[in-house]
Design a protein around this ligand. Structure first.
Ligand SMILES: C[S@@+](CC[C@H](N)C(=O)[O-])C[C@H]1O[C@@H](n2cnc3c(N)ncnc32)[C@H](O)[C@@H]1O
Length: 298
């Protein structure tokens, strides 16, 4: 199955559930769906998961696909790929990985373990693969297996609280890494990119100072896809298997008008701030910010 077909199937599944959900609930709770000023949506609520995925799934999947395609092209790790994904959500980064590696001419041996504090819906079964996502808080992890050669933070590194992150750094210090080569992948949230990079740098310092790795890339820099400074691409310009379903796009743009309160109020918003519910699905590369940090130990 091509990535655009997969996106179409997955988005339809989520959209069907979302439409059912909003017949029973007022949409007002989606006003809390925001990432500005330190806000993080409550992913434990089904409606938040659905709305998150409807807005971001095609864009984030394409971003992860591009990250792994670039990593494959850099030809650094060889053919055994063991991934630890921290804050994996429903596993979008794995889908990106899989589409990228499936397209490669070389044969790879893949294993993937994702962890997330929240039990996300909409996960896929990959029974034939060495794949699992565990619902566990990063703060509860006591050891990191030594066989990983990729650790990815898929839009997650800024969401751990300070204590959890400090404990994670301690855990990293006490981990035995068996691989000569290691890659840290971080997909960053645009509105807090500097803060997230400051965390990445702390990880780099642990790997260099405690494990003898040398980072071959500059951890202060991150990659973006821009035509010119500040002028982003539409995703289909950089990836021909990107797809955003037009009916879902229209629905999300006019979300406010689907609220029961709006209907009961003669097609007017029931509160002044209702219009903030109308959101833009992500179809341009403006949120693509990522790092591929390659480490080597002599
Ligand atoms: C912005 S979401 C990204 C989800 C997914 N990786 C994606 O690409 O859409 C951040 C994720 O980090 C997870 N997270 C936050 N704090 C965590 C923690 N302490 N332990 C494990 N996961 C955590 C959240 O539950 C959430 O799923």
């Amino acid at each position: 199955m091509r990535m655009n077909e997969f996106i179409s199937r997955k988005m339809d599944e989520i959209f069907t559930d979302f439409q059912r959900e909003i017949q029973e609930e007022y949409l007002c709770q989606l006003k809390d769906f925001r990432f500005d000023r330190g806000n993080i949506p409550n992913y434990n609520e089904e409606i938040m998961q659905q709305f998150y995925l409807l807005k971001y799934l095609p864009a984030y999947l394409t971003e992860y696909y591009c990250i792994y395609t670039e990593l494959i092209n850099e030809n650094f790790l060889g053919t055994k790929i063991n991934v630890l994904s921290i804050g994996a959500g429903c596993g979008i980064d794995f889908w990106g990985l899989k589409f990228a590696f499936d397209e490669s001419e070389d044969e790879y041996e893949l294993s993937y373990r994702g962890i997330d504090a929240v039990e996300w819906g909409y996960q896929e079964d990959f029974e034939e693969l060495n794949y699992q996502i565990d619902c566990i808080d990063l703060g509860q992890i006591e050891t990191i297996d030594d066989h990983y050669n990729i650790i990815i933070f898929p839009k997650s590194i800024g969401e751990f609280d300070d204590t959890t992150f400090e404990n994670f750094l301690e855990l990293l210090k006490n981990t035995t890494f068996s691989k000569k080569k290691l890659v840290i992948l971080s997909s960053l949230i645009k509105t807090r990119v500097d803060w997230e990079i400051s965390r990445v740098i702390q990880i780099v310092n642990v790997l260099e100072e405690h494990h003898g790795y040398k980072c071959k890339d500059n951890p202060n820099q991150y990659r973006v896809y821009e035509k010119n400074v500040g002028e982003e691409y539409r995703f289909e310009e950089i990836c021909d298997t990107f797809y955003y379903p037009p009916n879902i796009k229209k629905f999300i743009l006019e979300l406010n008008s689907h609220c029961q309160g709006y209907e009961e109020n003669d097609s007017e918003p029931c509160n002044e701030d209702c219009t903030i519910m109308n959101r833009h699905p992500i179809i341009k590369t403006s949120l693509v910010n990522f790092q591929i940090l390659k480490f080597i130990r002599e």
